[in-house]
Design a protein around this ligand. Structure first.
Ligand code: PAF
Length: 283
């Protein structure tokens, strides 16, 4: 396994593979790898001859400096996991390599109608930071496929929209959310939870499933279902930011005419901000 910190050395390797007619899949991450990331790596390996994983805690997507500083950085453990799982290349650029002119003056990408709702409302600038770094990575790596987790549903929608509208040549592929035995979606942020909170956090997924069951029953309005789910979260001790029923195609508010739905939630428990979602197909 190679580790590259510079764009030029990574690109030399990519060029070599291209000369050998190898296909390439790319998995961008912020490190602190868990089984969810490894499942994306496995998917990448199924698709392509060669796999590149990036590890970069992107400062541009953190609206809160304390959150950026506290973000778990576990490079040695990550490298061991990637080596064990036959990753071909790990790209670990510094912020200087990614933003040589500084972040304040860097060209940014924003994806309208995708970045200003749900998580975008409470995390100003977050999705511009995500779109910008992902566009840069896709341009740098020039992979055939890039794999993103469905747990970050809004991020995935935004990246799909950006890749289409900017005619990027890398195909965006998604991988399903991996869950703990109790249903809690795997996330690097789960380590901010105490073990008691970790079992309590499983209510988030249970509530999503309840909401889905109530949508399928077709009795109550979406507004009522959402309000009651928010109250249930509050009663359980979560500080809920939103629990919304949306259309999968554009993440706009859904009504009973819409058939392809996604239920998204963001809530704080203790020190962790947790997000999760499930889709609901009424067709
Ligand atoms: O999902 C993540 O880990 C990050 O948002 C990503 C896509 C690697 C961009 O920094």
């Amino acid at each position: 396994m190679h580790q590259f910190e510079q764009i030029s050395t990574l690109q030399t390797q990519v060029k070599k593979w291209r000369q050998q007619n190898k296909t390439i899949a790319f998995v961008p991450t912020m490190g602190n790898l868990h089984l969810g990331h490894l499942s994306l790596l496995e998917k990448a390996k199924q698709l392509a001859d060669k796999v590149i994983v990036s590890i970069f805690v992107n400062p541009l997507q953190f609206d809160d400096k304390a959150d950026l500083n506290a973000y778990p950085r576990t490079l040695d453990a990550d490298m061991t996991l990637l080596l064990d799982h036959d990753c071909d290349v790990v790209f670990t650029p510094s912020a200087n390599v990614m933003y040589p002119n500084g972040m304040d003056v860097h060209t940014t990408i924003s994806v309208p109608n995708m970045d200003d709702k749900l998580c975008g409302l409470n995390r100003p600038g977050h999705f511009d930071g995500v779109a910008t770094v992902v566009a840069k990575f896709l341009n740098i790596v020039q992979a055939d496929w890039a794999i993103f987790g469905e747990k970050d549903y809004q991020q995935l929608s935004l990246i799909n929209r950006m890749a289409t509208e900017l005619n990027l040549s890398t195909q965006i592929v998604s991988g399903p959310t991996l869950r703990e035995d109790n249903g809690l979606a795997m996330s690097s942020r789960n380590q901010y939870l105490t073990s008691e909170q970790r079992s309590h956090a499983a209510h988030l997924y249970r509530i999503l499933q309840d909401v889905k069951a109530r949508i399928e029953l077709s009795v109550d309005s979406f507004d009522l279902i959402q309000q009651q789910a928010m109250s249930a979260l509050t009663e359980l001790g979560f500080v809920a930011e939103y629990l919304d029923i949306r259309r999968t195609e554009d993440l706009d508010r859904a009504d009973r005419q819409d058939k392809s739905l996604v239920i998204l939630v963001a809530a704080r428990l203790g020190k962790a901000r947790l997000i999760d979602n499930i889709t609901c197909d009424l067709a």
